[in-house]
Design a protein. Structure first.
Length: 318
C-alpha cells in the first residue's frame, strides 16, 4: 500500500513538473488594465495552442522585474520603460530580453486640475507672493520645478521624460491611481503622468474639473522610444491634445532551448493568425484596432530560429 502511495506521489510530481513546463506565465498589469484585457483576448483565441496563465502586477516596472527574476515567461512592457531600465540594469538589456511581438501605442497622459497655474516674479513676503504674475499651465514644459506623480510603469516613464526631455520636475511615486489623484486634489503634486492605451480608464472617469497638458511632439524626435500622438476625452473636454506614445511590447527572455522556441513560435503564429479577430471581434479592447505586429521597434526581436510563424487559418471560437 505504501509503495503505491509513494509511486502515486512521484508520478504526481512528474506530472506537475511537466505541466509547469508546458504553461506560459505572462505578467500583465492591473485587473482592469489594457495589458490584462489583451492577455485575456490572446488566451481566449490561443489558449488551445499554448497554455497561458496570467500574473497580475502593477505595470511595466513590475513586469520587467518578474521576467528578469524568472517569475514569469513573458511580459507586457512599455518600450520606453524597458529602455530606461536597461540603462541601469544589464539584466534588462536586449541581449537578455527580446521582443516577441510589438503591440499597440500607449499614450502618455499628463493630467492636472483645470485651474492649474503658478505665480512667477514678484516678491515672497511671509510665505505669500506679492506682485507676481499668474501663469496658467497647459503643457509639460510648464511643469519645471514642480512635483509630478505617477504609479506603476508610468513612474519610470515620468522619470525618463524628465531626464530625456530636459523638463526638471520632481517625480513622486504612488502605489496606485487613487493615491495619486488624492495628492493632486490636495495640491501636493501639480500633475499626474499616466501611460496607457487610449481610452485609459483612469482618465475616462475624471470630471470636467481636470484637463490634459500637451507634450510637444519634438520629444518624439529626440527619443526613439516615443512617437507623435494625440488624445481626446469628451468627459474633460480634451480634443486632439498633442502628446507622445510608447509602443507596448510582448517580451520574453532570450531563450535558447528548442522546446521554448517552439512554444513561443506557436504563440506568435497564433496571435498573427487571429489578428483580424482581435481587431474586429466583439468584446476585445478598442486598442486592438491600433495593434501593429510589424511596427518597427528600437529593440532586438526574439529569434525563434527556423520555425515558421506564417499565419494559418484563424482559430474559430463558437
Amino acid at each position: 500500500m505504501k509503495k503505491h502511495i509513494i509511486a502515486s506521489v512521484i508520478l504526481a510530481s512528474f506530472a506537475s513538473a511537466a505541466m509547469a513546463q508546458d504553461v506560459v506565465i505572462i505578467s500583465t498589469g492591473g485587473a482592469k488594465g489594457t495589458y490584462s484585457s489583451f492577455f485575456k483576448s490572446i488566451q481566449a483565441l490561443c489558449g488551445d495552442t499554448v497554455q497561458l496563465v496570467e500574473r497580475l502586477s502593477t505595470g511595466s516596472d513590475a513586469n520587467i522585474d518578474n521576467l528578469i527574476n524568472k517569475q514569469t515567461d513573458g511580459a507586457f512592457v512599455q518600450a520606453d520603460t524597458l529602455q530606461f531600465t536597461a540603462m541601469n540594469d544589464p539584466r534588462a538589456s536586449d541581449s537578455q530580453v527580446r521582443v516577441l511581438l510589438p503591440m499597440y501605442p500607449e499614450e502618455v497622459h499628463v493630467v492636472a486640475l483645470k485651474d492649474l497655474s503658478k505665480l512667477s516674479g514678484g516678491l515672497t513676503v511671509f510665505g505669500k507672493n506679492i506682485g507676481g504674475n499668474k501663469q496658467e499651465l497647459n503643457s509639460l514644459s510648464d511643469l519645471e520645478g514642480v512635483k509630478v506623480g505617477a504609479w506603476g510603469g508610468s513612474y519610470t516613464t515620468a522619470r525618463a521624460i524628465s531626464y530625456l526631455g530636459s523638463v526638471k520636475y520632481e517625480t513622486v511615486q504612488f502605489t496606485d491611481d487613487k493615491a495619486a489623484k488624492a495628492a493632486l486634489d490636495k495640491g501636493e503634486i501639480a500633475a499626474i503622468i499616466a501611460v496607457g492605451g487610449q481610452p485609459l480608464q483612469f482618465v475616462s472617469e475624471l470630471s470636467a474639473n481636470y484637463k490634459l497638458l500637451k507634450i510637444d511632439s519634438s520629444l518624439a524626435e529626440k527619443v526613439k522610444a516615443y512617437q507623435k500622438a494625440r488624445v481626446s476625452y469628451r468627459n474633460i473636454n480634451a480634443a486632439g491634445v498633442e502628446t507622445v506614445s510608447a509602443r507596448s511590447l510582448l517580451v520574453v527572455k532570450n531563450y535558447n532551448t528548442p522546446a521554448r522556441k517552439e512554444k513561443f513560435a506557436a504563440l506568435k503564429k497564433c496571435i498573427l493568425a487571429n489578428e483580424n479577430n482581435f481587431k474586429e471581434g466583439t468584446g476585445h479592447h478598442p486598442k486592438w484596432s491600433d495593434a501593429d505586429f510589424s511596427a518597427p521597434v528600437s529593440w532586438a526581436m526574439y529569434d525563434i530560429g527556423n520555425i515558421s510563424t506564417t499565419p494559418v487559418a484563424p482559430v474559430k471560437k463558437k
